[in-house]
Structures are given as structure tokens and as C-alpha cells.
Write a protein that binds this ligand. Structure first.
Ligand SMILES: Cc1cc2nc3c(=O)[nH]c(=O)nc-3n(C[C@H](O)[C@H](O)[C@H](O)COP(=O)(O)OP(=O)(O)OC[C@H]3O[C@@H](n4cnc5c(N)ncnc54)[C@H](O)[C@@H]3O)c2cc1C
Length: 476
């Protein structure tokens, strides 16, 4: 339980970081307090912005001395309330935004936790390398936030999750000590891989301050296509065919239902239907290769011809240039924004084995439609890695709040099914506060117990992002 912030604490904080980096006015605080979708708001009267690891370490020690809880905050694009504070202070990492080193020979870069993901991608590109993590919020999310949520995104098929893209890490522990492991080696088997504790633990075990990221060769040939399909049953045969024909060059395979395109056309300026006729389902596919011998365009054309001749797809549009490629990607990326204009949305970020994805969508759709007739199901996303954003838009004309009130009931239906199919109730967004109660229902007790033990041994005072993922007190 955090103690209230005293005048003395604020003064000590100002001595450490300077007055301008201790924000207390409501106008200065406003950008830090509300969660991305506006579902939750922090109760917090002070945000501090350290400029380096040593300063942050002293802040954490001060918080320990005064019994003040801390919530680390990156770009504030998280979707589960992991950056929400209930008292205590918010520590914004925005000033730790230096790209320290890019090493194209070692294929690594060392970056501060507050670097914006898009800036990291750009710095890698300038060195003729690729940092492959890519997601809709890349213009504002920070690498520290990406790592602490083990972000996924659209390139997981080829390069893995954030966890797979890190060689080394520096973090400030809940007691203020600095854990430094800026390992730049591909091989280093020297005991427990401790950096992984901080990846995916949503800031509950410490604050990431720097990372050594793994780079890849920059692709020199790309092909982006969107295909129209008559039936959901054809999606997995198309996936298998594309993967077989293109092996490791398949970098994205994203499902887009017709309703998503309709909502995009209706609500997003400039978004157009790339086809002359309607299709019930679409898949956006991207191939990319850094091998000069590969011709991604020819490769995708061959796959599409084969898929057309077997009647797996009905039509396809291939981007001819960068601007068309961006247009096709907008159809996928603007889905959440378009959905938000249609009233209430009940959202799920689930994964099941790839082979079960279509069965999951069909079964869950029936179950939810039975529960709330007229529900508009928009199941989209990273079907190539088994991750479906199973979002439900309220029926037309329905009361928004009445619809949102059924969130728990809908969760039960969807998450029970996911669990029966051997899936996960949180594929890439994490648990934070919003999925904490759900986790309790679906994760075996021993998993939560082990997490509690790790948390208690690193943060015995429970001051570092408390009550995220699970509540320490077993009775709650
Ligand atoms: C339009 C849109 C599209 C998205 N698409 C995807 C997607 O495809 N895949 C995906 O995985 N996510 C996606 N997200 C979710 C979100 O962008 C990611 O979770 C992202 O990784 C969060 O980064 P952030 O810097 O905004 O973190 P924040 O929201 O600031 O924080 C998220 C969590 O990380 C902790 N944290 C932040 N910085 C640190 C640090 N330095 N050290 C320790 N803990 C820290 C916070 O306490 C909090 O628990 C999307 C979000 C939006 C709005």
C-alpha cells in the first residue's frame, strides 16, 4: 500500500531531477493519466521524468525510503491498463531516448528505454539494417513499453515477438539497484537468462532503462497483396500454400473481415475498397526478403495464381509501389479506429493453435450471436501466428452501456472456448489491470503462485507497479 506524497518527498525529488521534471499541475499531468482507450484513469498527482539510469535509481531509492509506489510509463499506448497508477507516482521514461550505438557488423543496437519504436526502426534502416518489431502504435510507443509487454505486431511470423529481438538489458530493480546486462553476444550461457524476467512482466519487477536489440538484414524486395475470399474455410489452405511456397520470406498474414473494410470505408477518410466487388473475407499478405536472388513480386504472383486456379481465393490486388502498399496496410491498421466510431466494442486478444483459428472464429461467432443477437463480430489480425483480435461491435441501435455491461458474460463464453482449444486469453497485449481477474480464472494456480514468489523476492515492499497482472495478497 503506497503512502501519500508529502511536501518533503516532492522537494527531495526536485533536488534529484530539477523542478521542470517533476510535474504536478493538472495541465502537465493530463497526457499521462488516461489509458489509450479511455477505459481507465490514473489517480496520481505527480509524474517524474528522469534523464538517465543513475537518476532513476536514486528516484527508486527515494520512493523506497518514503514508501511511495511507482508506475513506469512509456508511450502510454498499452491496451490493458498496465500504466495506470492508484496513488504513488508515475515515472515517465520519455527522456531516456538516446540511440547510443548501431553496430551493422554485429547486427545490434543499444537504445534507451524511452526511444520511440519508429525512431529505432529508422536508425536501423539508416545503417542498412532492419529492426523488425512493427505495430500500429509504433509512432508513439517506446521500446521500454514494447519489451515490458513483450509486444507482438505484424512481423512475428518471420522474426518473433519482442522477447526474441533482445540480446541484453539494463534495468533499475524495485530497490534501486541497477541490473546491467548489456550483452551483445549471440551465445552466452552463463546461468539464468535474467533479462527475460523484465520482458513481458509489465514493469512489475523493475524499470527497463536500456536494451541491446537484435537487428536483421534489411529486406530489399517486398510484395504486399490483399486477396478476396469467398469462405473463411479457405484461409488456412491459403496460409499453408503461401508458407510452403515462400518459406521464411512470409512476413505477414493478416485476416480482415468484410465488416472491417466496410467500417474503414465509412469512417476513415481516404480509405477505399481496393476491389471492384465485395468479398466476405480478405487476407493481407506480405513477403519480404534480403536475398538479392529473390523476387518477392514474382513469388507472390506464383502463389496467387496457384490459389486462384484452386479456387482458394477469388481475387487479388498487389501493391505496385510504396504508396499503394501503405494504402493496403491502412485497411488493416485502421480497423480499431473505425470500430470505435460505431459505439461500444468488446475486445479480445486471444491466440489458439494456428490449425484451430478458423474453428475458433466460427464457434465463438455463433456463441456470441446467440448471447447478444445482432452483435457485429469483427475477428481480425495476425491469423498467421494464431492471434485473433476477436472484437465485437454493439448491435445497431443498441444502448452502448447496456452492451458494455455484458463484457464479463461475453468474456466467459470466448475465454472458455479459447481455453478448451488450448489457447491463451492474452496473446500480445498483456494482462495489466483489465485482464487480471480473467487470468485468475484461466491460469493454473501454480503459475500465479510462482509469479507471486518472484515478485516478492524482487519487490518485497510491493512498490513497483503494484497490482498489475495479479494482486500480491492471495485472498484478493
Ligand atoms: C493502434 C494500436 C495498435 C497496437 N498494436 C499492437 C500490436 O500489434 N501488438 C502488440 O503487442 N501491441 C499492440 N498495441 C498495444 C501497445 O502499443 C503495446 O503494448 C506497446 O508495446 C506498449 O508500449 P508503450 O511504450 O506505449 O507502453 P505503455 O503503455 O506506456 O506501458 C505498457 C506497460 O509497460 C510498462 N512499461 C512501460 N515502459 C516501461 C519500462 N521502461 N520499464 C518497465 N516497464 C515499462 C508500463 O508500466 C505498462 O505496464 C497497440 C496499441 C495501439 C494503440
Amino acid at each position: 500500500m503506497t503512502k501519500p506524497i508529502s511536501e518533503k518527498f516532492s522537494q527531495e525529488l526536485e533536488k534529484l531531477v530539477g523542478k521542470t521534471n517533476v510535474l504536478i499541475n493538472s495541465a502537465d499531468l493530463s497526457g499521462y493519466l488516461q489509458e489509450e482507450r479511455g477505459l481507465l484513469e490514473s489517480f496520481c498527482t505527480l509524474v517524474v521524468r528522469p534523464s538517465n539510469t543513475a537518476q532513476l535509481s536514486k528516484i527508486v531509492i527515494l520512493c523506497n525510503d518514503f514508501g511511495i509506489s511507482m508506475v513506469p510509463l512509456g508511450g502510454n499506448t498499452g491496451l490493458v491498463g498496465g500504466g495506470i497508477a492508484d496513488g504513488g507516482i508515475i515515472i515517465s521514461l520519455e527522456k531516456l531516448n538516446v540511440i547510443e550505438k548501431v553496430d551493422p557488423t554485429n547486427h545490434t543496437m543499444i537504445v534507451g528505454a524511452g526511444c520511440i519504436l519508429a525512431n529505432i526502426q529508422e536508425a536501423a534502416r539508416e545503417a542498412n539494417c532492419l529492426f523488425p518489431l512493427s505495430l500500429g502504435a509504433e509512432g508513439s510507443c517506446q521500446i521500454g513499453g514494447n519489451l515490458s509487454t513483450n509486444a507482438g505486431g505484424v512481423n512475428v511470423l518471420q522474426y518473433g515477438n519482442a522477447r526474441d529481438l533482445v540480446l541484453g538489458l539494463e534495468a533499475v530493480l524495485p530497490d534501486g539497484r541497477i541490473f546491467e546486462d548489456l550483452n551483445q553476444l549471440r551465445k552466452n550461457n552463463t546461468g539464468y537468462d535474467l533479462k527475460q524476467l523484465f520482458i513481458g512482466s509489465e514493469g512489475t519487477l523493475g524499470i527497463i532503462t536500456k536494451a541491446v536489440l537484435k537487428l536483421s538484414p534489411l529486406p530489399i524486395s517486398y510484395a504486399t497483396t490483399i486477396v478476396g475470399m469467398s469462405s473463411l474455410d479457405k484461409v488456412l489452405p491459403l496460409f499453408e500454400m503461401t508458407r510452403e511456397n515462400n518459406s521464411s520470406n512470409l512476413s505477414a498474414f493478416e485476416l480482415i473481415p468484410r465488416i472491417a473494410l466496410d467500417l474503414g470505408i465509412k469512417h476513415i477518410p481516404g480509405l477505399v475498397d481496393p476491389f471492384g466487388s465485395h468479398h466476405p473475407h480478405y487476407v493481407l499478405i506480405e513477403l519480404s526478403s534480403s536475398n538479392p536472388k529473390d523476387n518477392s513480386r514474382e513469388a507472390i504472383e506464383e502463389t496467387l495464381e496457384a490459389a486462384l486456379s484452386k479456387e482458394i481465393i477469388t481475387d487479388a490486388v498487389i501493391a505496385d509501389n510504396d504508396s499503394q502498399m501503405k494504402q493496403l496496410w491502412r485497411i488493416r491498421e485502421e480497423i480499431p479506429a473505425a470500430q470505435s466510431k460505431e459505439g461500444g466494442s468488446i475486445k479480445h486478444d486471444i491466440s489458439v493453435p494456428i490449425s484451430e483459428t478458423v474453428k475458433f472464429i466460427k464457434t465463438a461467432t455463433k456463441m456470441v450471436e446467440n448471447l447478444i443477437p445482432g452483435s457485429r463480430i469483427c475477428a481480425f489480425g495476425h491469423i498467421g501466428d494464431g492471434n485473433i483480435h476477436f472484437n465485437i461491435t454493439q448491435p445497431v441501435g443498441y444502448d452502448k452501456q447496456a452492451f458494455l455491461n455484458s463484457w464479463t458474460e461475453v468474456n466467459r463464453v470466448v475465454h472458455d472456448l479459447v481455453t478448451d482449444m488450448g489457447g491463451s486469453i492474452s496473446a500480445e497485449h498483456g494482462i495489466g489491470i483489465l485482464k487480471r481477474e480473467e487470468l485468475k480464472l484461466y491460469l493454473p494456480e501454480i503459475h500465479i503462485d510462482l509469479m507471486r514468489q518472484i515478485k516478492t523476492s524482487l519487490d518485497p515492499k510491493n512498490l513497483m507497479n503494484p497490482d498489475k497482472i495479479f494482486v500480491l495478497d492471495k485472498k484478493k
